[in-house]
Design a protein around this ligand. Structure first.
Ligand code: HEC
Length: 257
């Protein structure tokens, strides 16, 4: 059997004295035996069992209170710290929305897409590889014909169905050996395939309004076609008629891919 330490005996003795179960004569002579098999007769002169229970309950309460008194400091901190007030909730809820609106408001509005910005983007993406960024074409080491210095205006004096057809179907669509554009062109009519290289048709890759805007770009920018304000307005209207200007924010450069 395990040895019971002396102080535990002392504590139990004190308790029994407190309950009136034991005379405090220091002798340890019990009114009720330790073994707990005492019957009512033996403790008839002592306190009633109700008293004992009440005392035990009081004792239990005391111990609970003691527990709380020595609660760990993190529990105290959690109980006493300042809580987030309820009115913060709606602010937390609307903060991301406000942030989104704020950022949107500070962003510069997207550049409006015009026939010219769209034509420039399409040219850079689809044509510059053969015709050069400035339209020098074969004169700048490219495969395509020169489109700058008014060259394209000599082949196609007008932005008409002839020019759109050429861009749409290319060399093979026109038919190798067939003339295209102005037959009275200085230097003679250009013949499909005569450069030894073929120009691809763009009908399958570019929408109509993009073919129209890139046609405008090579005429008005690369070959500096001179136009009245009325003529420009008519072309802008034509471009919109074909569906131009519905994209927002510079996606024109990747059209057709
Ligand atoms: C793969 C190279 C290549 C690409 C890409 C290309 N071209 Fe060409 N382009 C040519 C060649 C080659 C010719 C001459 C065709 C021939 O000899 O049959 C030509 C001719 C032309 C002509 C006729 C010029 C003249 O005076 O005869 C125009 C206009 C033209 N290209 C515009 C464009 C445009 C606009 C694009 C882009 C949408 C484009 N090309 C893309 C190779 C190309």
């Amino acid at each position: 059997m395990t040895e019971v330490p002396e102080y535990l005996f002392e504590r139990s003795r004190q308790r029994r004295i407190a309950l009136g179960l034991l005379e405090d004569d220091g002798s340890g002579a019990a009114v009720a035996s330790d073994s707990g098999d005492s019957d009512g007769g033996q403790i008839s002169s002592g306190p009633s069992s109700a008293d004992v229970i009440a005392a035990a309950k009081a004792d239990a309460k005391l111990e609970q209170v003691t527990d709380i008194d020595i609660e760990p400091q993190w529990v105290t901190a959690a109980r006493t710290r300042t809580k987030i007030p309820m009115w913060v909730l709606p602010i937390m809820f609307f903060l991301p929305l406000w942030g989104f609106v704020y950022v949107k408001m500070t962003e510069p509005p997207p550049e409006p897409v015009t026939a010219m910005t769209e034509g420039a983007a399409t040219y850079a993406a689809q044509c510059a590889s053969c015709h050069g960024g400035d339209g020098a074409g074969s004169e700048g080491g490219g495969v395509g014909r020169p489109l700058y210095n008014g060259e394209v205006l000599l082949t196609f004096p007008k932005l008409d169905a002839d020019m759109i057809l050429w861009l749409t179907v290319g060399s093979e669509g026109i038919g190798i050996g067939n003339p295209y554009g102005a037959t009275d062109r200085p230097g003679g009519a250009h013949i499909s395939g005569e450069t030894g290289a073929n120009m691809p048709g763009f009908g399958g890759t570019l929408s109509e309004y993009k073919i129209y805007s890139v046609a405008r770009y090579i005429r008005e920018v690369l070959s500096a076609e001179s136009l009245s304000d009325e003529e420009i307005a008519v072309r802008d209207a034509e471009w919109e008629e074909l569906g131009g200007g519905k994209d927002v924010g510079g996606h024109g450069g990747h059209g057709g891919h």
